[in-house]
Design a protein. Structure first.
Length: 138
C-alpha cells in the first residue's frame, strides 16, 4: 500500500490523532479552569418535557440554579443520568458555573476526566501508528 493511498492514510491518521489528543488536552484544561474559577451552587434536577418531535427520552435532564447575582439559569446537564450516578427528578446536585457565562456548568464529582485522558491516549496511539505505517510503507 505505497504511493498516494499510503501517504493519505498516514497523513489522515496522524491528523486524527493530533485532533483527538488536543481534544483531551482542551477538555482537561477546561475542567481545571472550571474548578478554579467556577462558583459553587446547588442545582435542581428537572426532567425535560418531551415534545412531539422527540423520539426517545433525553438522557440529560435540565439543571436549574440561581447565580450569585440572583439570575435563575436552566441548562442541560453536561453529564447524563446513569444507574450508578442518577440525577433524580426533583433532586439537587452540586455544580460549579462560570460567572462570565453561567451556561457553562460542571457537575461536582462527575467531571469525566477518564474520557479526556482516553482521548489523549487514543491520539498518541494514532500518531504512533501513523509513524509506524510511514516507516513501513516508505
Amino acid at each position: 500500500m505505497g504511493g498516494t493511498a499510503g501517504f493519505a492514510v498516514v497523513v489522515f491518521g496522524a491528523l486524527g490523532g493530533v485532533v483527538a489528543y488536543l481534544a483531551g488536552v482542551v477538555g482537561l484544561r477546561e475542567l481545571r479552569r472550571m474548578r478554579r474559577v467556577g462558583v459553587p451552587a446547588s442545582a435542581l434536577v428537572r426532567e425535560r418535557a418531551l415534545g412531539p418531535e422527540d423520539r426517545s427520552p433525553s438522557p440529560r435532564p435540565l439543571l436549574q440554579f440561581e447565580t450569585a447575582d440572583g439570575r435563575v439559569v436552566e441548562v442541560f446537564s453536561p453529564v447524563p443520568s446513569t444507574t450508578r450516578h442518577p440525577l433524580p427528578d426533583g433532586g439537587y446536585v452540586p455544580v460549579r458555573y462560570d460567572p462570565a457565562d453561567p451556561r457553562q456548568v460542571l457537575v461536582e464529582g462527575r467531571e469525566r476526566r477518564r474520557l479526556e485522558y482516553a482521548f489523549m491516549a487514543l491520539g498518541v496511539a494514532m500518531v504512533l501508528l501513523a509513524i509506524a505505517l510511514a516507516v513501513a510503507v516508505f
